[in-house]
Structure formats: structure tokens, C-alpha cells
Design a protein around this ligand. Structure first.
Ligand code: HAM
Length: 408
């Protein structure tokens, strides 16, 4: 019989790997909870229209990467490529907004993008996502960056770089776009990559952060976004930077950081690592003050980020699985029941451990116990069976072996 294989770009996460995900999730819950964020679980399936209207019709995500299909009644549905759109949809639909109220949510789960799979780039991947609604102040931008940095430090990743930019607002963006358009008229657009030739008309800012060498070269002298910010956006960005400096959070300004989703305004950021190959961004986010209104809600500002769990997992090493305290070796199979009951008693007292039922030799069982790195191995051999005792082997280097009465 032929075997059914998984589809391209998805993964089965076995315990060693999934333990890293559980660790990241538990840490996010702890850290984000400390900043007043509560968990919101939104559906994986949404109406396609939601993503077209929020992420932007001309983005790569909407143009080429969505898993979109008609349901049985012919309605177009899409498996979420990111979480922000669904969180905003829910916030608007459930009329959470009240003047002066701040709402903060985090979301953890799988996202789907039809991209070319490679290390750190999957078609089903997982994000830890946080969104704060209702705070226009620059301190909110700084706070969300500090929360992201606190989370990354807590999972043991201190040495990541934070890149920051401001993308301006509907006031100053058109002025900048005009300057960019004038610049594009001075270069030979035919030499740009296929994607950028299209983007020049449909999504010109994206040309700036194209990774193709020729595009970088041709746009080296393009006008810079931060040079075209209006006074309000300039003041906002300066205030964000000032708080970050006071808080001791280091960052690099990247005037070409544009992000791949259209909803951003003002502060945007990415966290990158040089240690995971070509897909360097482990987290990204920013402010999206117009999004809630554009999806039918009140004029409420928003800011958030998402971390890519696959990419963070690549940076985590070590064992995140629950550590076992003991191993019970059954050498005489007449003791199997006693061994099981003995182990169960220890587990009910809060210890973790496994029982090896008689199939393997004593030596093989001790080898396995060593691999589990348990503190103690309890041996149920023939002598122990006759005397109703258990041999306790301390697994530390030079550890002692003692015999105790079997008390179950
Ligand atoms: P994004 O930059 O598209 O932003 O994705 C955030 C992170 O998800 C990336 O930095 C990366 O680590 C991870 N990621 C994206 N695509 C893949 C993939 N195909 N395979 C593995 N990891 C991937 C957003 O999604 C925004 N919704 C973030 C946000 C929240 N902005 C405001 N609020």
C-alpha cells in the first residue's frame, strides 16, 4: 500500500520540538499577562474579504500567498495568513470599543501562507501575536517593544537586533509617495526584478526593501521615508525613541524598513537574527491607526507585533521537555504489577517517571534511565521480588545503591 505523506511546507512537531513551542507559549502567557494582555482565540477561517481589505490587495500575501477556496456554498474563505486582521474583525464585530478604554489581546496559533518553503519559511507556521487598541501615545509604542523584548529575554534570546522605522501617516505618505514616484522616473525601471516592476505602480514603498541586489543598487539613492515625515509623525517617532533610550532598549534605525502588510502607519519594527539563515526576521510589527476604522469600527488606534515561532525555535537549544525524576526498571517480570503501582504512588506525590516492563535487560534499562537523566532508578529484580523490597540506585556520579522495603 502506498503511504500518504504530509503536504509541502508543513511539519509534524514531535515532543522534543513541540516542548519548545509549549515553553514559548507559557512564557508569552506569563510575560504578556504581566502587561495586562488577555488571550483571544479567533478562528483560523475567515472571509477572504477581511484579508484583502486589511493586509492590502496589492501585497504579496494577498496576491500570491493566501490559501483561499470556496466553501460548499461557494463563499470565498481564507485560512488566516496572519492574526491581526481577525483580532480587529472580532474587536469591531463584538463592539468592544468604549471611549478612553484600552483593550489588549494576545493570540497564539497556526497561520498559513503559500510561500516557497525553506529553512524558517513554512506554509503552515505559528505566531505569537499581541495587539493593543486605544492608545495613540508614543509610550504605547515603547511599551509594546519593551514587552516584546522582555518576552525574548525570558526565553533566553538576548542578542537580537531591533530595527525601527516610521512610515508616516495619511498626511505625509502621499508627499513621500510623490517624491518616490519622481525618483522612479529617473531610473531604468526595466532593470528592476519582476516583482518590483509591478510594485513601482501598485505598492511603491515595497520596492525599497526588496532583497534583490540589482533593485537595491538601483534604489540606493531613493528618497528616505523619515526625511518626509510630517511634524506630528516626526514628534511621535522622536518621543518613541526617547522613551526607548531611557528604558535602555537598544535599536537600529532602518529607514528602508517597510513591512509586507499595508495597514501600518508611523512606528514599524522588526526583530532580526543573523543565526537562522536567509529568513532573518523573528518578529515584526507596528502601529496601524487606520485599520480598525477601515474595517467598520470607530477611529481607534492600534499597535502590535507577531513573533514567528518556527524561527524562534531554531534559536532555542537545550531540552525543554519535562524532566523525569525516576525510572523503574523491571528485571523480574513477576514484579510488573508492583512496579506499576510503585511508580503510580510516586507520580501521585508529584514526581515524574517511567516504568520499563521486563522486555529489556537490566543493562539496557539502566542505559535508558541514564538517557532520561533521572535522579533515581528503582530496580525490581528477583531477589527484590522474593524479599518484597526495591533497590534504589542514585544515578548521580558515584551514587549509592540502597535497598528499601516495598511499601505500596
Ligand atoms: P509578519 O512580519 O508578516 O507580520 O509576520 C511576523 C513574523 O512571522 C515574521 O517576522 C516571521 O518570524 C514569521 N513568519 C512570517 N511568515 C512566515 C513563514 N512563512 N514561515 C515561518 N515564519 C513566518 C505579521 O504577521 C503581522 N500580523 C504582525 C503584527 C501584529 N503587526 C501588528 N500586529
Amino acid at each position: 500500500m502506498s503511504k500518504v505523506q504530509k503536504i509541502k511546507g508543513v511539519a509534524d512537531l514531535y515532543p522534543e520540538e513541540s516542548a519548545k513551542y509549549a515553553f514559548m507559549e507559557a512564557t508569552a502567557r506569563k510575560i504578556f499577562g504581566g502587561y495586562g494582555f488577555g488571550e483571544l482565540r479567533t478562528p483560523i477561517l475567515e472571509k477572504t474579504e477581511l484579508f484583502c481589505r486589511s493586509i492590502g490587495e496589492e501585497t504579496d500575501v494577498v496576491q500570491k500567498e493566501m490559501y483561499t477556496f470556496p466553501d460548499r456554498k461557494g463563499r470565498s474563505l481564507t485560512m488566516r495568513p496572519e492574526a491581526t486582521a481577525g483580532v480587529v474583525r472580532s474587536y469591531v464585530e463584538n463592539k468592544i470599543y468604549q471611549p478612553g478604554k484600552v483593550s489588549k489581546y494576545f493570540t497564539i496559533g497556526p497561520m498559513f501562507r503559500y510561500e516557497r518553503p525553506q529553512a524558517g519559511r513554512m506554509r503552515q507556521f505559528h505566531q505569537i501575536n499581541a495587539e493593543a487598541f486605544g492608545s495613540p501615545e508614543p509610550q504605547a509604542d515603547a511599551e509594546i517593544l519593551l514587552m516584546l523584548s522582555a518576552f525574548l529575554s525570558e526565553i533566553g534570546l538576548e542578542k537580537l537586533s531591533i530595527e525601527l522605522n516610521s512610515l508616516g501617516c495619511p498626511e505625509c505618505r502621499p508627499v513621500y509617495k510623490k517624491a518616490l514616484d519622481d525618483f522612479f522616473n529617473t531610473i531604468d525601471k526595466e532593470q528592476l526584478c519582476d516583482d518590483c516592476r509591478r510594485r513601482v505602480d501598485t505598492n511603491p514603498l515595497r520596492v525599497l526593501d526588496c532583497k534583490v541586489g540589482k533593485c537595491k543598487e538601483l534604489t540606493a539613492d531613493a528618497p528616505s521615508i523619515p526625511d518626509h515625515l510630517c511634524q506630528d509623525c516626526r514628534d511621535h517617532f522622536d518621543a518613541v525613541l526617547e522613551v526607548l533610550q531611557k528604558a535602555g532598549l537598544s535599536y537600529t534605525l532602518n529607514p528602508r524598513l517597510v513591512r509586507g502588510l499595508d495597514y501600518y502607519q508611523r512606528t514599524t519594527f522588526e526583530v532580526t537574527s543573523g543565526d537562522i539563515g536567509s529568513q532573518t526576521a523573528v518578529a515584526g510589527g507596528g502601529r496601524y491607526d487606520g485599520l480598525i476604522h477601515s474595517l467598520g469600527g470607530a477611529k481607534v488606534p492600534g499597535i502590535g507585533f507577531a513573533c514567528g515561532m518556527e524561527r524562534l525555535a531554531m534559536l532555542l537549544d537545550g531540552n525543554y521537555d519535562r524532566k523525569m525524576d525516576f525510572y523503574v526498571a523491571v528485571v523480574d517480570e513477576r514484579s510488573s504489577n508492583d512496579a506499576l503501582l510503585f511508580a503510580e504512588k510516586l507520580r501521585r506525590e508529584g514526581q515524574c517517571g517511567e516504568v520499563g516492563f521486563a522486555a529489556k535487560s537490566m543493562k539496557a534499562q539502566l542505559r535508558y534511565a541514564n538517557k532520561l537523566e533521572v535522579g533515581k532508578c528503582y530496580i525490581f529484580g528477583s531477589e527484590e521480588f522474593e524479599n518484597r523490597t526495591v533497590t534504589v540506585k542514585d544515578m548521580a556520579e558515584g551514587g549509592e545503591q540502597t535497598t528499601i522495603p516495598l511499601d505500596i
